[in-house]
Design a protein around this ligand. Structure first.
Ligand code: SAH
Length: 351
């Protein structure tokens, strides 16, 4: 069988030159682009403002590789988790998180993950491949539709906090964000998009140079190398001081405050020395801190610290003028919370 190209792998310019080549008016290219990226068309038949012969020609030459939501699980707190099947059969997960005034989509950027954070279930999956821009975009559209259909509300925020490390799939993540934010795409505000990174100093600087308008979060979890080295092996090559300098650079370029994600674990980072290190870190980088609840992944080494320890963090940070927020987990009962995305059902089927 002839291998047809996925039309969504073409840039806007590629589509324009294709239309010129086949002798079609240039505005047709714009129409097709909008069908693909604004209206999320899944097939050529639905592009009703194109002539039938043109639709047939596109159909004969291209495919639209669309994701399929294989399974949707709904938590008793309203969180929805989608198991998303990609064109090659691989599966990633994305999550819809409703709160009083927001609906947030938590999106995956890679199939599996190459990082080795000891407290994260996705780390067990290993990285299989990067997601294409259209696969990232489709996850957003699927959640946008669910928000409208199930909650009668629009999608308001997007966080790249699902499976994978977005800055290790740099180009595709940026391309997807362009499609999500551009006026002939979904037209969402970049200010409502947060890219979360494990902390890759070089990539943070590279990203800063592009002066993006979306937000950055960094999964810090400890501001002490002796601790961070042990729980996140990526720290061996991206030590805390280098991250701090990269974040300073980020702020100088973007004027956007970074969010530090931080879990407090019993016996790991719950002492005064840990708190002092974080306060010192935050004093020199404009930031705010999200203290996230730990979602156990069953090996018992990591345990959520006592409430007093978390409150001691909040108190110390606030005393230093740093905004700190305690974040409760959502979707725990369906393994949809931070660090729990691991294609569990998939593993059960195939193992
Ligand atoms: N690779 C990116 C994005 C994915 S992780 C990053 O590292 O930021 C999304 C967030 O969940 C990160 O802050 C991560 O450290 C956190 N996380 C991972 N496992 C967790 C767990 N078991 N409980 C709570 N948070 C966890």
């Amino acid at each position: 069988m002839e291998n047809k190209r996925d039309i969504r792998a073409l840039t806007r310019e590629d589509i324009e030159s294709y239309f010129t080549e086949i002798g079609e008016a240039p505005f047709r290219a714009k129409q097709v682009y909008e069908w693909l990226w604004k209206k999320g068309a899944k097939n050529f038949e639905s592009m009703t403002n194109l002539s039938l012969p043109l639709r047939e020609k596109l159909q004969a030459n291209f495919v639209i590789n669309h994701i399929r939501v294989d399974e949707m699980q709904r938590s008793n707190d309203g969180t929805i988790k989608n198991a998303v099947r990609l064109y090659d059969g691989k599966v990633v997960e994305s999550v819809l998180i409703p709160t009083d005034n927001r609906i947030t989509a938590c999106i995956s950027s890679q199939v599996g993950c190459s990082l080795d954070c000891n407290f994260c279930a996705t780390a067990n999956l290993k990285r299989m491949r990067n997601l294409n821009p259209d696969e990232i975009y489709d996850q957003v559209v699927a959640i946008k539709n669910e928000a409208e259909n199930f909650y009668g509300r629009p999608l308001t925020n997007i966080v790249f906090m699902g499976m994978g490390e977005p800055l290790m799939n740099y180009k595709n993540v940026l391309e997807a964000i362009e499609k999500i934010t551009s006026p002939d795409g979904l037209g969402m505000s970049p200010k409502r998009i947060t890219v979360s990174t494990v902390g890759l100093a070089k990539m943070i600087r590279k990203l800063a140079d592009e002066e993006p308008r979306f937000k950055l979060a960094l999964s810090l979890h400890s501001a002490r190398d002796e601790v961070r080295d042990k729980i996140m092996s990526i720290n061996l090559k991206n030590p805390v001081e280098e991250l701090r300098q990269a974040l300073e650079y980020w702020y100088s370029k973007t004027k956007s405050r970074v969010t530090l994600e931080y879990v407090v674990w019993r016996g790991i980072n719950d002492q005064k020395i840990d708190i002092d290190a974080l306060v010192r870190f935050c004093r020199s980088v404009p930031c705010k801190v999200n203290l996230i609840e730990y979602n156990p992944i069953d090996d018992g080494i990591f345990q959520q610290a006592d409430e007093e320890a978390v409150l001691a963090y909040v108190k110390a940070l606030e005393a230093a003028g740093i905004v700190a927020t305690i974040r409760k987990s959502r979707g725990k009962d369906i393994d949809a919370a931070c660090g729990q995305l691991a294609n569990k059902n998939e593993l059960e089927i195939f193992n």
